[in-house]
Design a protein. Structure first.
Length: 386
């Protein structure tokens, strides 16, 4: 289809001509004619969306799919075609046009059968092929009632150095490694095999079947690790959203710049000695996902996430408010240099308390934090002449 589009005369590839181009596409491309009308339209719409993103400067121009790293996804745009039936506690059955009935593992509540009505129903589905098999994602429309305000305490969460989540109440949320020792060892060996087979490949030659198999085995192990990480995140964020009302978190877009590298003498970087390899890759995307999960889950329970820019969270004393370069004793321990204060504690907990404080400052005067908003105000930090 990409071929067909790039062969169209230039004036027909403008946004204004898109509708007619899409109509033409259904005539010109036989395989689009075979697909059910809705599915064909979904394909064209997705493709056209990619061009709109390009025209509006968000992405590069669409290209052909990558040979190895592309996800296969099939969209079923209409919910009533699906005929979802719950067979037992663990299994459900659905109808996929052109394929037939398929079974799927029933993992969460779906408004079907006697639970479905005009407001609450499944409106579509998407089949996605991941490294570890096929998954189905349902689009659900539901009418949720406005939750009562959350009565729990406020909290600030820091993305710790030694531990994944440090809360301002002094507790931590930990997890073990995502792969067992044996699995990690196997991954290490597979990566070595992959490198060897890649080196053996001559320029211009196709991937050997063995190399492709190694790629798939690596992708499978990585998918397993990611699935375990997401599972832990879901459990942890649900528990946090149930316990706390106002959840202060760092605004990643702003602090990332400060944290990413080694930093300067005034603002030393904090993630310099992060865990290596796969764990680091997962941790990097995990923080954004943790924030998103907490935003949804907290809003459902009448709480809210307050995102604060917090460039000084690691150097500010949460007891007296003093920020000074010498404040931090080590990566783990925080010692306040203010003679009248002398506060000492876990460095990550101290950062969590600072984030909680900044979140409190951001919402005070506004009186609510129900809606998740980005607070652009700096935490109050008094310069101290010592
Ligand atoms: Zn202090």
């Amino acid at each position: 289809m990409h071929d067909w589009w790039t062969m169209l005369p230039k004036e027909r590839r403008k946004p204004a001509a898109a509708d007619s181009a899409i109509r033409q596409g259904r005539k010109d491309l036989p395989w689009l004619g075979i697909l059910p009308a809705q599915a064909a339209q979904a394909v064209l719409k997705t493709y056209y969306r990619a061009w709109v993103n390009c025209w509006e400067g968000r992405t590069a121009a669409p290209d052909f799919k990558g040979r190895i790293r592309s996800r296969v996804a099939i969209d079923i745009p209409q919910g009533r075609d699906l005929q979802i039936v719950r067979l037992n506690r663990r299994w459900g059955r659905m109808w996929v046009p052109k394929i037939g009935h398929i079974l799927f593992r029933w993992t969460r509540y779906l408004p079907v059968g006697k639970h479905a009505d005009r407001e609450n129903r499944v409106t579509g589905a998407r089949l996605v092929k991941e490294a570890d098999g096929w998954h189905v994602v349902f689009r659900v429309q539901s009418q949720a009632s406005e939750p009562a305000p959350h009565a729990g305490p406020a909290v600030g969460i820091d993305r710790g150095i030694a531990r994944p989540l440090a809360l301002s109440d002094g507790t931590f949320r930990d997890h073990g490694p995502w792969l067992s020792h044996g699995e990690a060892e196997r991954l290490r060996r597979l990566v070595k095999t992959q490198e060897r087979r890649r080196r053996a490949r001559k320029p211009g030659e196709k991937n050997s079947r063995r190399l492709t198999r190694t790629y798939n085995q690596i992708a499978q192990l990585r998918a397993t690790a990611k699935r375990r990480a997401v599972d832990w995140q879901h459990k942890t964020t649900t528990e946090i959203a149930e316990t706390f009302s106002r959840i202060g978190m760092e605004d990643l877009a702003i602090t990332n710049m400060v944290r990413s590298a080694r930093g300067t003498k005034e603002t030393p970087g904090r993630n310099v000695r992060q865990k290596a390899g796969l764990n680091r890759a997962i941790a990097a995307e995990a923080w954004g996902r943790t924030v998103k999960m907490l935003e949804c889950k907290s809003a459902d329970r009448g709480g809210g996430v307050v995102k604060v820019p917090a460039p000084n969270t690691s150097r500010r004393s949460s007891a007296c408010g003093l920020t000074a370069p010498g404040n931090r004793e080590t990566q783990v321990r925080f010692v306040c240099k203010n003679p009248g204060c002398g506060f000492e504690g876990n460095a990550d907990t101290n950062a969590g308390r600072n984030i909680d404080h900044a979140a409190g400052q951001a919402v005070s005067g506004r009186g609510d934090f129900g809606a998740t908003r980005s607070a652009k105000r700096q935490p109050p930090t008094r310069p101290h002449a010592a």
